[in-house]
Design a protein around this ligand. Structure first.
Ligand code: UT7
Length: 332
């Protein structure tokens, strides 16, 4: 529960950076032994975007960042901090946030990455909320960006059909009104489940070598069923926690922005939380699973479509590798 002595934070503007190239299920049918029918029924995905050759993670992030700054009426040079969630950085070192800082023309402000996979943007939201709440920072850019197409095995139908590339970003500022803004953020990690979703190669456990490349250790390895179960259970539990702590009931929620990983996961979270699926914003059919970019992209589209209004109670929730998960409650 938040400390009442801290300042409340609000989202002042949201943006997205999406590669132009679209890969449909029909395209994938020509690449692996799969079908539009299987992908649609099992996941809800119809198409996803993939980055062009030469386009890198920080390019998409910078595009989303510029759009979020425009929407917030904040110039990049007025930002005080950049927090970036990704598991597909430009390179292991330095932080991708450093490249974004340079690309958007921000001052020499702190810029760092968070590794919480699909929950990365929500973890960033929690961190930014804390930084602003203590009065240290006034304008914090929170980015979720993923370029998963470069770490997928395009011959493995179990994973290559699921993910998409994209970035989403938001500018957080202090809220002038006590009732408006981020009401609560719950962040959790259960490292005992880490084994279910990994890119095992390239770190200290399996330093990059010809062998690690031959054994495909630099690509995504996932136990889909385990992640599915943890996603439904933990996203629902964290959502119930923030609702209860803030004194709200499921029926008070206007719209749910849940990580777009699988339509059946969204259905499971809807059932468990008791919030009807008609109150979930869904765009998985056009993006696939964009990991940490998923929620800010959904928010950006909902705002553009006029589907979020002042006073709405928004529930945000995500789970990814770690496993790490988070839920946030926002009064718009
Ligand atoms: O964002 C967090 C990270 N990831 C996730 O949230 C993903 C969570 N997990 C899931 O969404 C689901 O577990 C999947 C979509 C990955 C898989 O769905 P599932 O219903 O759990 O299927 P399954 O893995 O149990 O596979 C069922 C069958 C298998 O065939 P057999 O062994 O029953 O003959 C798979 O080989 O479906 C087969 N299969 C496919 N068939 C056609 C798996 N992928 C495909 C495919 N096309 N792309």
């Amino acid at each position: 529960m938040r400390n009442d002595n801290v300042m409340r934070t609000k989202i002042a503007g949201v943006g997205k950076g999406v590669p132009e190239k679209v890969l449909t299920n029909l395209d994938l049918e020509k690449m692996v032994d799969t079908s539009d029918e299987w992908i649609t029924e099992r996941t809800g995905i119809k198409e996803r975007h993939v980055a062009a050759e030469g386009q890198v993670t920080s390019d998409m992030a910078a595009e989303a960042a510029r759009e979020a700054c425009r929407a917030a009426g904040v110039k990049p040079e007025e930002l005080d901090c950049i927090v970036l969630g990704t598991v597909t950085p430009d390179m292991p070192m330095p932080a991708t946030a450093a490249f974004v800082q340079q690309k958007i023309g921000a001052r020499s402000i702190p810029a760092f990455d968070i590794s919480a996979a699909c929950a990365g943007w929500l973890f960033g939201l929690g961190v930014a909320d804390g930084l602003i709440g203590r009065g240290n920072f006034k304008r914090v850019l929170v980015i979720g960006v993923e370029l998963l197409s470069r770490v997928l095995d395009w011959s493995d139908r179990n994973t290559c059909v699921l993910f998409g590339d994209a970035a989403g970003a938001a500018v957080l500022v202090p809220s002038e009104s006590e009732g408006q803004g981020i009401l609560d953020v719950e962040m959790r990690t259960d490292g005992a489940q880490a084994v279910h979703l990994e890119i095992p190669g390239g770190g200290s456990v399996h330093p990059a070598s010809h062998k690690t490349v031959d054994e495909k250790l630099h690509i995504v390895h996932m136990n889909g069923r385990q992640i599915f179960t943890h996603a439904v259970r933990n996203m629902s539990a964290a959502s119930a926690t923030v609702l209860e702590r803030c004194g709200y009931k499921p029926e008070d929620v206007t719209t749910v922005f849940a990580h777009q990983a699988n339509m059946r996961i969204l259905e499971g979270v809807s059932q468990r939380t008791g919030i009807g699926l008609e109150r979930f914003f869904i765009n998985i059919q056009r993006y696939g699973n964009t990991s940490s970019a998923s929620i800010p992209i959904a928010l950006s589209e909902a705002l553009a479509e006029g589907k979020v209004k002042q006073g709405d109670l928004l529930l945000l929730t995500a789970l990814g590798a770690g496993v790490s998960w988070a839920s946030a409650l926002v009064r718009w």
